[in-house]
Design a protein around this ligand. Structure first.
Ligand code: ADP
Ligand code: G3P
Length: 492
């Protein structure tokens, strides 16, 4: 192992592809990042070009690899936007349709039909999920039902399904490995999370051929090797996890009861529930956190569909700001939103409401309302939605929140972090490495190849950047939140 100094993590997010090299201390050594195209073919529909994702991911990977001797890279870990559905041709390797993104609402009606057929409680018990367009199952079903040539190929064993991890593994590996890890598989609506097997009854009910599905493997372990960084070097792909589970791992939330919130395109709050799946009564999801060897860790999750994406919309949709960073300065330029509330339900509402038909809304506007109030209301909405999830988590899991560990692109925004702390009345703890998603994937890969030896060793690597303490009293907190809840009622 002596020449091995780095682990490379590939973080394939909703808006960009990243490649990051971490050293043995868990420090970021090199990063390359590139955004790719978001495709909105109709209202509420979202797609990505899977070939573009692969091209961009390979490019950033090569950029980073060029900074160090190839032999110094011990392994690659993959982490990815979850649920996004790719179907490709086994023979040509070409996608048979654009990837259908997790945010896409096109299967709302299909979900309703499946509910009417009485499938909801089976899905809940077996998969830990709810019947919502968010998950891969109905997206795959839609592709098979809409395009007869895709179904024909699937029935001949020539069409393969995968989430983005599988798509990258397939493209990276010499022998075209078709696999996924248990954390990603647990987001498809097709996996029995108790047995970690694809569920035959659900596949039958959704008319999905089992031959399309990838092999489910542990999150830490060798999937295959790639020579795409240099033909004479074989680098093992040794860790794979969905991005939110990877962030939980990268935050060092290894023990039952530990929780984190990641502020990226959406917000995802996960709480480690140990080795037993806990089923929620209030709209939280039960999901596989990771599998290492035979040991499976589960988590309860609250998913907020639009968080940082609302800031992107202010930038790209309205042209109100030029850069996400600007939102902080604008928000701080006013004392308050002066009664403006912004519900960014662009893609329906996730936890705990599960209302696929909800849509965005801005209320409380007056002639005195300006750009700064709107931007501030958008940032505040990210914090309100996170509180909605944490309220349910605390009620249900008997969790007493002492502090909140945070990560993701939007935690750079100091206003947002302070407001989150004020709104919850607890400390918000931001780590030094906010790339915890990528770090989690690196940890999983590093453990598999002996770069790191144990979870205890990984725990020592954590470093804090800043803790935000509440600066407002309970009266402020509760009156702001009551205003949010009242506004939300219009969409429920
Ligand atoms: N300073 C900032 N303030 C608010 N939001 C930000 C800031 N910087 C980045 N963001 C938001 O964070 C998101 C990107 O975070 P990232 O973790 O890379 O997301 P993803 O993995 O979903 O692509 C974008 O939606 C962007 O608008
Ligand atoms: O790309 P992110 O970081 O917004 O994460 C997306 C989630 O995995 C969707 O479930």
């Amino acid at each position: 192992m002596s020449g091995h100094q780095y682990i490379m993590a590939l973080d394939q997010g909703t808006t960009s592809c990243r490649a990051i090299l971490f050293d043995h201390e868990g420090a970021v050594i090199h990063v390359a990042q590139q955004e790719f195209q978001q495709i909105f073919p109709q209202s509420g529909w979202v797609e990505h070009d899977a070939e573009e994702i692969w091209r961009v991911q390979l490019q950033v990977m090569k950029q980073v690899a060029a900074q160090v001797p190839l032999e110094s890279i011990a392994a690659i870990g993959i982490t990815n936007q979850r649920e996004t559905t790719v179907v490709w041709d086994r023979l040509t390797g070409k996608p048979l349709h654009n990837a259908i993104v997790w945010q896409c609402r096109r299967t709302s009606e299909l979900c309703r039909t499946l509910k009417e057929q009485g499938l909801e409680s089976t899905i809940r018990e077996k998969t830990g999920l709810v019947l919502d367009p968010y998950f891969s199952g109905t997206k795959l079903m839609w592709l098979l039902d809409t395009f007869p040539h895709i179904r024909e190929k699937a029935e001949r064993g020539e069409a393969l399904f995968g989430t983005i991890d599988s798509w990258l593994i397939w493209n990276l590996t010499e022998g075209r490995v078709h696999a996924t890890d248990a954390s990603n598989a647990s987001r498809t609506l097709l996996l029995n999370i108790h047995t970690l097997q694809w569920d035959e009854d659900i596949l039958q009910a959704m008319n999905i051929p089992a031959s399309m599905l990838p092999e489910v493997r542990p999150s830490s372990g060798i999937y295959g090797h790639t020579s795409l960084l240099g033909s004479d070097v074989q680098v093992p792909i040794a860790g794979v996890a969905g991005d939110q589970q990877a962030a939980l791992f990268g935050q060092g939330c290894f023990q039952e009861g530990m929780a984190k919130n990641t502020y990226g395109t959406g917000c995802f709050i996960l709480k480690n529930t140990g080795e037993k799946p806990v089923l929620s009564q209030n709209g939280l999801l039960t999901t596989v956190a990771w599998q290492i060897g035979d040991r499976v860790n589960y988590a309860l999750e609250g998913s907020v569909f639009i968080a940082g994406a609302v800031i992107q919309w202010l930038r790209d949709g309205l042209g109100l700001i030029e850069d996400a960073k600007e939102s902080e300065e604008l928000a701080c330029s006013v004392e308050d939103t002066e009664g403006v509330y912004f519900v960014p339900a662009f893609a329906g509402l996730g936890t705990p409401y599960w209302e696929p038909n909800a849509r965005g809304m801005i209320t409380g506007l007056t002639r005195a309302s300006g750009k700064a109030h709107l931007v501030r209301a958008a940032l505040e909405a990210i914090a309100y939605q996170s509180r909605d999830v944490l309220e349910v988590m605390q009620q249900e899991a008997g969790m007493r929140l002492h502090d909140l560990r945070v990560d993701g692109g939007a935690v750079r925004n100091g206003f947002l972090m302070q407001f989150q702390s004020d709104l919850l009345g607890v400390s918000v703890v931001r780590p030094k490495v906010t790339e915890t998603t990528a770090l989690g994937a690196a940890f999983l890969a590093g453990l598999a190849v002996g770069f790191w030896s144990s979870l205890e060793e990984l725990e020592q690597l954590k470093g804090l950047d800043r803790t935000f303490q509440p600066q407002q009293d309970e009266a402020y907190r509760e009156s702001k939140y009551a205003g949010w809840r009242k506004t939300l009622q219009y969409q429920l």
